[in-house]
Design a protein. Structure first.
Length: 283
């Protein structure tokens, strides 16, 4: 409201300065004319403000509907499979080895559903600012080495090389180590999924001003220009970010965590492959 009034006053003053007062108009008439002009300017400013708020509300509502539709889709698929598997076991159709295999598949679907719900809950809490993290000095090189080592088995299974390229000396950031490692896991896992066999994923870090910058670089298919602006949105289904059939929350969670640390995350232009970079404050 204050901004709208300020806009109205500015418009009024600008208009009053540009309009000559007719000769012979009394003081009372001048005041009334100026008040009328101010009222018109204020009404125009308020109308503009209301129109902007209405448009913002429509955009929020559209985003909410898209999020619900995407979440429903990712929940519906495993639930449908679970229903069929449970009915087969319950009806006695699946027996012996088939029954055991169905039980393993049920366990897998339940774990996927649990991960999806946990990710949704975590993302909503981070974006709502409901998580209080204790930021400490984190030696980034050691954390990256630990994470890369943990991801090497998954990379080997896909025939992908994963490695870290780090400078000599310590790289210290102010961060929650557990949450920062979650960012690294999400980015490296996404890079491995989209890198062909015999390709490589490289994690780099460097000091940047008073902070640090981390890069996850892969030799995958890259991300189309039309998708680049949306890959950090929850459930976005672009070709490059969505081809593995996952729920699509990994990059959204990474973005939320980085921003909660006061950093930023982005796609670095370039080909081939994809390079994701993010910054953190130094300790």
């Amino acid at each position: 409201m204050r901004r709208a009034i300020a806009i109205a006053v500015a418009a009024f003053l600008a208009g009053a300065a540009a309009v000559a007062v007719p000769h012979g108009m009394g003081a009372e008439q001048i005041v009334l004319a100026l008040l009328a002009a101010a009222g018109i300017a204020l009404a125009g400013a308020l109308a503009t403000r209301l129109a902007m708020e209405e448009r913002a509300n429509r955009e929020i509502e559209q985003a909410r509907r898209q999020l619900i539709a995407a979440a429903s889709h990712d929940l519906r698929t495993p639930l449908a499979s679970l229903r069929l598997l449970v009915e087969s076991i319950g009806d006695g159709v699946a027996t012996g080895e088939t029954r055991d295999r169905y039980l393993r598949e049920i366990r897998t679907h339940v774990e996927l559903l649990g991960d999806l719900v946990d990710d949704l809950f975590e993302l909503s809490r981070i974006e709502a600012g409901e998580i209080s993290w204790s930021l400490r000095q984190v030696e980034l090189g050691a954390l990256i080495d630990e994470t890369v080592t943990a991801m090497r088995a998954q990379a080997d299974a896909r025939g992908v090389r994963v490695a870290a390229e780090l400078p000599t000396g310590d790289l210290v950031a102010a961060a929650d180590a557990e949450k920062l490692q979650r960012v690294l896991f999400n980015l490296i896992q996404n890079a491995i999924r989209h890198t062909p066999a015999d390709g490589s994923v490289t994690v780099r870090a460097r000091a940047l001003g008073s902070g640090v910058e981390v890069e996850v670089d892969d030799e995958g298919e890259g991300i189309a220009a039309a998708d680049a602006a949306h890959v950090f949105e929850a459930f976005y289904r672009g070709d490059a970010s969505r081809g593995d059939g996952g729920a699509g929350l990994g990059l959204a969670i990474a973005k939320a965590i980085v921003e909660a640390h006061g950093g930023r995350i982005w796609l670095e232009p370039g080909a081939p492959g994809t390079r994701v970079r993010f910054t953190l404050r130094g300790a």
